[in-house]
Design a protein around this ligand. Structure first.
Ligand code: SF4
Length: 414
């Protein structure tokens, strides 16, 4: 086999089903019934406890004997009944992963309700859903399709915000939306199943991350106006506020005043970092990397290469166009090997990447930090977000020399 062919088979991301489990296990009263073989079950239980909600996951045994014996669906039904014996359980998501989906789970053979709980099948096979952000989209759209009240009265000036965001960003968005006259805001993924019901009554939806394609398509079909993009950086902050204002038919004079204020505040913060210079590579697998790149470019940094685990989507089209125009090479559904090649080729001053890429960059004496822990765990929206991200990047860019000396020290050791 050609070297570049086998190299690209390197495992690139965690099991996509993790993204769906993250959304589902965080719902109050939910207890997941996971239909997966034992190896998958072990891994998914581990990451769910570690990164998600420390909730129990119940699973029927799924081995060759159950698949070949044709008892899988009966075993799933028995597991659902067992879970439903607990009266505190109000929602049982049945999550079917690769093996179960290959064997085939017929949704009509599952109960719609068991005990006090509603039951919903969520299909998350990795051969269809390639990354964990996209599995979040599948989970959210499945919940909306089942629970959202699309037939009731629409609430005037109401907005649905889609996307997991840092709590400070949620507060910042809430504050801005209130100032422009938005009267009610619902956010998903949510901890309360009722929010998925209410989500059907909104007038417009701001999809903050580009991988929520199925969710956006469903809402659009139901007559909800879609606002794409997000308030990261100065010009996008102003633009996002104006788009929300137009989608909800708010008083545009007020909207434009607030948009102008937020644009200026973010621009002032970015201006404070105008002495920044350097080459940065951004390579995550969260699906929200491109807006961060946009902010770095706005601050005058060079970003020759950016990559993400998700596919190129129409919701991210504007970022794609802008970044390409400004000279960033963008890779969707990237491979670790492509990211490593970019580090070798561009010799950046800083890598904001995945753990494997970071180790590789550090071995070359290049400062590197983990995208998920450092970007997804801090605000990125409006002026405050610009300040925290650029402040962190400024600190790291100053360390190139330290890393170089460290590498020299270790490579010259006798
Ligand atoms: S086989 Fe499928 S469900 Fe199991 S860990 Fe791999 S990607 Fe996840």
């Amino acid at each position: 086999m050609e070297k570049d062919v086998w190299a690209n088979l390197h495992p690139q991301s965690m099991c996509p089903a993790f993204g769906g489990l993250r959304v589902l296990t965080r719902i109050d009263g939910a207890r997941v019934c996971l239909v997966a073989d034992q190896g998958c079950l072990y891994g998914l239980t581990f990451v769910s406890h570690f990164y998600v909600a420390r909730r129990s996951i119940v699973a029927p045994e799924l081995m060759n004997v159950q698949i070949s014996g044709g008892t899988m669906i009966d075993d799933v039904r028995a597991a659902v009944e067992k879970i439903a014996e607990d009266p505190a359980v109000t929602f049982i998501p049945v999550v079917s992963t690769c093996v179960a989906e290959t064997a085939g789970i017929a949704e009509e053979l599952l109960p719609e309700k068991a005990g006090n709980a509603v039951v919903q099948l969520v299909r998350l096979p990795a051969f269809q859903i390639k990354s964990h952000p996209e599995a979040k989209d599948v989970a959210v759209s499945t919940l909306l399709r089942r629970f959202a009240d699309f037939d009731g009265m629409r609430r005037e000036k109401s907005l649905l915000v889609v996307g997991e965001i840092f709590p400070v960003d949620a507060m910042a968005i809430g504050g801005v939306l209130q100032r422009i006259g938005v009267e009610s805001v619902i956010a998903v993924p949510a901890a309360d199943l009722e929010d998925y019901v209410e989500a059907g009554k909104v007038q417009a939806c701001a999809v903050l991350h580009p991988f929520y394609e199925r969710t956006a398509a469903l809402l659009e079909k139901k007559g909800v106006r879609i606002v794409s993009g997000n308030p990261v950086g100065a010009s996008a902050s102003g633009q996002w506020i104006e788009q929300v204002g137009r989608a909800l038919e708010l008083d545009m004079e007020t909207v434009q005043r607030v948009a102008g204020e937020e644009r200026r505040k973010a621009a002032d913060v970015i201006e404070k970092f105008n002495n920044l210079s350097g080459k940065v590579i951004v390579a995550g697998y969260e699906g929200n990397e491109l807006p961060v790149v946009r902010l770095l470019l706005e601050a005058g940094l060079e970003v020759p290469y950016a990559s993400t685990a998700i596919a190129c989507t129409s919701l991210g089209e504007e970022d794609h166009r802008l970044l390409s125009m400004l000279g960033t090479e963008i890779r969707y559904r990237k491979y670790l090997e492509e990211d490593m090649q970019a580090v070798v080729e561009y010799q950046p001053d800083l890598v904001i990447g995945t753990t494997s890429l970071d180790s590789f960059a550090k071995e070359q004496g290049i400062p590197a930090i983990y995208y998920t822990n450092n970007i997804s765990s801090r605000p990125v929206f409006f002026a405050a977000g610009a300040g925290t991200v650029l402040g962190m990047v400024a600190g790291l860019l100053g360390r190139r020399d330290v890393f170089r000396k460290m590498k020299e020290y270790f490579t010259t050791l006798p």
